[in-house]
Design a binder for this molecule. Structure first.
Ligand SMILES: C[S@@+](CC[C@H](N)C(=O)[O-])C[C@H]1O[C@@H](n2cnc3c(N)ncnc32)[C@H](O)[C@@H]1O
Length: 315
């Protein structure tokens, strides 16, 4: 693990939104360094913690709450899109709260060998779960059109075709340094520019390799299925692509948006809202950003589950 542990983002606001009571069962969908989990345990909750990164879960195995009988901390080394199934295996059909803190942890970013960062050279990996297609597999095998689409959709890279052509011409790429150099050369990086132009491509490839947006959509729907009436959902996201998904989900789930069928023209008859009391976007204050610059772009949205049945089809 890195020397700089992950500092939980918007912790007080997330805990206030979840309002955990002793004995409540809460899912921490993104354990990371366990910042949220620790605060939930301190308030007497029983926590089911998920992380697809086996290193994150290994750090928690020694926690005393994971060793009590029955444990107050139950660890699930898997994707949060599988939370309904994982809790059902544990004999749990409903929970009081779900917290999601989307994205990568400081430990993942700071360890060069995980291949997320271009500030230090490491293998071009970027897999949170340490299995499946790596960033190197993707950039070395996909065609230029596919790479360009990923850079455009997930990195909002306006010169996606130019960058994709440069990547294909420079293959094989094996390190984060290789990729950063190719992108900078294609876009003409000036050393004094405040933002490295490789940032957008790294974000895009990371989102693709980990199917982060698909996971987020599936995670929100899973929370809808799992939360009991009055149960609380709190989601922290880190960039506009994610926040757009959360905002749209909550708008439609609370009946504020119009449900349009994929298959039939016109609007569907409005279903009863499955979430209410949807918060506005909550952002960190200046003091938190000073303490933890990585909190800068975070946004929290929270809501409360109604007693309406979960919807059958994805919004
Ligand atoms: C921003 S960190 C969470 C930090 C945590 N809230 C804390 O206070 O320490 C995000 C974590 O979620 C994990 N993660 C991201 N997407 C995931 C998914 N789809 N399923 C399970 N874990 C995921 C990452 O591996 C990472 O460890």
């Amino acid at each position: 693990m890195s020397d700089a542990p992950h500092i939980p983002v918007l912790l007080d606001e997330v805990i206030a939104a979840l309002d955990p009571q002793p004995g409540d069962v809460i899912v921490d969908a993104t354990f990371g360094a366990g910042g949220y989990t620790r605060a939930l345990l301190e308030r007497g909750a029983i926590v089911h913690a998920f992380d697809r990164d086996p290193d994150a879960i290994d750090e928690a195995r020694g926690w005393s709450e994971a060793r009590t009988s029955p444990p107050r901390l139950v660890l699930h080394p898997r994707r949060f899109s599988e939370m309904v199934e994982a809790l059902s295996d544990a004999g749990i059909a409903q929970v009081d709260g779900v917290a999601m803190d989307i994205g990568v942890s400081s430990m993942q970013l700071d360890q060069a060998e995980r291949g997320f960062a271009f500030s230090a050279d490491g293998p071009l990996d970027m897999r949170m779960s340490q299995q499946g297609e790596s960033a190197a597999d993707f950039v070395n095998s996909a065609d230029a059109g596919t790479i360009a689409d990923v850079l455009y959709q997930y990195g909002e890279e306006r010169q996606s075709r130019r960058v994709a052509r440069a990547i294909v011409a420079a293959r094989p790429l094996s390190t984060t340094g290789d990729l950063a150099r190719v992108v900078r050369k294609a876009l003409g990086h000036k050393p004094h520019e405040p933002k490295d132009p490789a940032t957008r491509s790294f974000q895009a490839i990371r989102i693709h390799v980990n199917d982060e947006l698909g996971e987020l959509r599936e995670g929100l729907l899973s929370a809808e299925r799992l939360l009991k009436a009055g149960g609380k959902l709190a989601v922290v996201s880190f960039h506009s692509l994610e926040d757009r998904i959360v905002k749209r989900f909550l708008r439609e789930a609370s009946g504020a948006g119009r449900a349009v069928s994929r298959h039939l023209p016109g609007e569907l008859p409005s279903a009863p809202p499955v979430f209410g009391k949807v918060s506005k976007a909550i952002r960190p204050g200046a003091a938190e950003i000073d303490r933890n610059p990585r909190a800068r772009s975070s946004v929290l949205r929270h809501a409360i589950r109604t007693d309406a049945p979960a919807r059958k089809e994805a919004a």
